[in-house]
Structure formats: structure tokens, C-alpha cells
Design a protein around this ligand. Structure first.
Ligand code: NAD
Ligand code: ZN
Length: 341
């Protein structure tokens, strides 16, 4: 089968033929139809410090996908051949206290598809059936291929009550933009999103942000003043991983504000803790998606009219994957889809 693999410990990915993987009693063998390129795949492509210490070589990667059930182990229940599926990329241990409490997103032993084990940039993916998510017919393949990052956005955005609230999102990457769309969909008032990339800020406005602010040229305080936000934001969603963005969020929050943090800073971040203490802020870290509450909510939001289609800005045949990675690297893209059919 075709794969996109990290074959050498250096920058890049390579098209590579390998055997169709064997599957166990509780696994699905998924025939991949479409995949999307994640920011994580860019780290793997670039072979940065994190990738070097995390990704085994050789291995094929990728974790945003849609496919169909091509075969299954003898103990699998609830799926049939041909079912259209995507899947949760965090494989959890099942034995720890959190797993046993049904809080699998908090498992201490999480293994990542396409990070710690072979991924979805391949004709076939083996996935524990427990991790698969059967898709309703009215969710198109393109959207099904981006449920993983949409799930990051949903898990983060839905951490706190948003109805009638003023929300600040720092970072208009694909996840920040989808979070803005979710906030509007569920009834937030002002949804202000910041970035330094004009292309992405424009996409964020198209997706429903009330203000998309280029912090390189415009002051967030001025925007708050324009919007008559005299007290500050009620909810903050940190989706850049950039310390300066987090600091500006802390200083723009109202007292009693709540912050959910998804963005991953590259190192330690110094902040003014007095902002947290005297404002009584609540800060919650977010990893992955809730299994599987986030998945059900994603489907429900799509079925109740949330339109993510403008997020998908580029399509390539998998043979042209290098162009797809270049589009992602340029910053002039939303989500980039690779077609395996
Ligand atoms: P991305 O890198 O595409 O988006 C980050 C955005 O932040 C970029 O558009 C960048 O221009 C912008 N930015 C840079 N400086 C800024 C500043 N000063 N103020 C505001 N924005 C600024 O990433 P993504 O794929 O959208 O993911 C968002 C973040 O979430 C990343 O940090 C990623 O590593 C992280 N992530 C975390 C999880 C998790 O489970 N916690 C899962 C997926 C992604
Ligand atoms: Zn566990």
C-alpha cells in the first residue's frame, strides 16, 4: 500500500510502499479516503526538536482522516464492512483511574495515531474499534477528514458557558478559526480573534468572528473600546501557543473570567500571576477531545447548521503531497486535504 512516511531523521516525508498492516481481534482495518494535514504533521515534516524526540523512524504518520471499514477483527461489534468512519487519534490504556471513570481524555498512557504508532497517511489504517466513530451520511468526506482538529476546537470552546458571553480567541490557525465559528453558533456575543496573519484573519471573519484583529498593527484595547467592552472578556481561548498572546489575554479578561488553553508553547512562559490571582481567573488546560462527548457535539453542531466548508481551502491528490505541505507551510491556507481514492 501507499504511505507517506518519515523514512530518514531529517526534514521531509517520503512516499513509500509498505505492506497492508495486520489487525487484531478488536481492530478495524480502515480504507483511507481522505486525509488532512495537521500542524503536528508540519512539526514532523520540519523535524523539529519535539519531532526528533517523539517520532520513531521509519514510520508513516497522519491522524486526520475519513475512510471506510474494509475488514475487522472477530470480536468487533457495532460496525459492518463499508461503514464510513473517522476516529479518535488518542488511544488510551483502559486501565488507569481516569479511563475507568470514563474520562479517557485524561489517560496518563495516551498513545497517538500517526505520532507514536503508524498513522493514516496510508491506504489502510488499523485502529481499535473502540476509537472509531461512525459517521452520519450527511457529513461530507471533506468535513469528516477534519473532525480531529474541529474536535480540539470544540473541546476547548465548549469548556465554558458561551451564551451571551464576550470571547477572546488568540491565534487564528485552523483550530482558532473553527473555535470562533463554534462560539458564534452556540450564542456568544462578541467573538474577537487575534493573529498576525492577514489571510487567516480574513478567513476567521468569513467563519463568523465579530472582529479579527491583527495585533501587529491594531491594539486589542482599541477594539475592546470600539465594542464598548468596558469590563473585559468573559471567556478566553488560547490557540496560538505564543506567550505574548497569552499575556495580552490575561490583561484583557474581566474579573472572574475563564480561560481554556489549547496552544502549545515551545518552552516555559512567564506571566504576571497577579492577573490570575486578583482577577480570580479560572484556567483550564485542554488536550485532545473528550471521548466521545466532543464527537457527538461536533456532529450535532454540523447537523444544526455550522458550516465548516470555507475552512477547506486546498485539495491535492496524494501523489502531490509535497504541494499540500507547501500550502500549509505558506500560512496562506485553511485546511489542506489529500485525496487517496
Ligand atoms: P497554527 O500554528 O496554525 O495556529 C497558530 C496561530 O497563532 C498562527 O496562525 C499564528 O500566526 C498565530 N500567532 C502567532 N503569533 C501570534 C500572536 N502574537 N497573537 C495571536 N496569534 C498569533 O496552529 P493550529 O493547528 O491552529 O493549532 C493551534 C495551537 O494548538 C497550536 O499551538 C497547536 O500546537 C496546538 N494544539 C494543541 C492540541 C492539544 O491537544 N492541546 C491539539 C492540536 C493543536
Ligand atoms: Zn488510561
Amino acid at each position: 500500500m501507499r504511505t507517506l512516511a518519515k523514512l530518514h531523521p531529517e526534514k521531509g516525508l517520503w512516499a513509500h510502499e509498505s505492506d497492508v498492516p495486520e489487525y487484531g481481534n478488536n481492530d478495524l482495518l480502515i480504507r483511507i479516503r481522505k486525509t488532512a494535514i495537521c500542524g503536528t504533521d508540519m512539526h514532523i515534516w520540519n523535524w523539529d526538536e519535539w519531532a526528533q524526540k517523539t517520532i520513531p523512524v521509519p514510520m508513516h504518520v497522519g491522524h486526520e482522516y475519513v475512510g471506510e471499514v474494509a475488514a475487522m477483527g472477530s470480536d468487533v461489534r457495532g460496525f459492518k464492512l463499508g461503514d464510513r468512519v473517522s476516529g479518535e487519534g488518542h488511544i488510551t490504556c483502559g486501565h488507569c483511574r481516569n479511563c475507568r471513570a470514563g474520562k479517557r481524555h485524561l489517560c496518563r498512557e495516551t498513545i497517538g495515531v500517526g505520532v507514536n504508532r503508524p498513522g493514516a497517511f496510508a491506504d489502510y489504517l488499523v485502529l481499535p474499534a473502540d476509537n472509531a466513530f461512525k459517521l452520519p451520511d450527511n457529513i461530507p468526506d471533506d468535513i469528516a477528514a477534519i473532525l480531529d482538529p474541529f474536535g480540539n476546537a470544540a473541546h476547548t470552546a465548549l469548556s465554558f458557558d458561551l451564551v451571551g458571553e464576550d470571547v477572546l480567541i488568540t491565534g487564528a490557525g485552523p483550530i482558532g478559526i473553527m473555535a470562533a465559528a463554534i462560539c458564534r453558533h452556540v450564542g456568544a456575543r462578541h467573538v474577537v480573534i487575534t493573529d498576525v496573519n492577514e489571510y487567516r484573519l480574513q478567513l476567521a471573519e468569513k467563519m463568523g468572528a465579530t472582529r479579527a484583529v491583527n495585533v501587529a498593527t491594531t491594539s486589542l484595547q482599541d477594539v475592546m473600546h470600539d465594542l464598548h467592552m468596558t469590563e473585559g472578556f468573559d471567556v478566553g481561548l488560547e490557540m496560538s501557543g505564543v506567550p505574548a498572546a497569552f499575556r495580552s489575554m490575561l490583561s484583557s479578561m474581566n474579573h472572574g473570567g475563564k480561560i481554556a488553553m489549547l496552544g502549545i508553547p515551545s518552552g516555559e512562559t512567564a506571566i504576571d500571576w497577579n492577573q490570575v490571582i486578583f482577577k480570580g481567573l479560572i484556567i483550564k488546560g485542554i488536550y485532545g477531545r473528550e471521548m466521545f462527548e466532543t464527537w457527538y457535539k461536533m456532529v450535532a453542531m454540523l447537523q444544526s447548521g455550522l458550516d465548516l466548508s470555507p475552512m477547506i481551502t486546498h485539495h491535492y491528490k496524494v501523489a502531490d503531497f509535497e504541494q499540500g505541505f507547501a500550502a500549509m507551510a505558506s500560512g496562506q491556507s485553511g485546511k489542506v486535504i489529500l485525496d487517496w481514492t
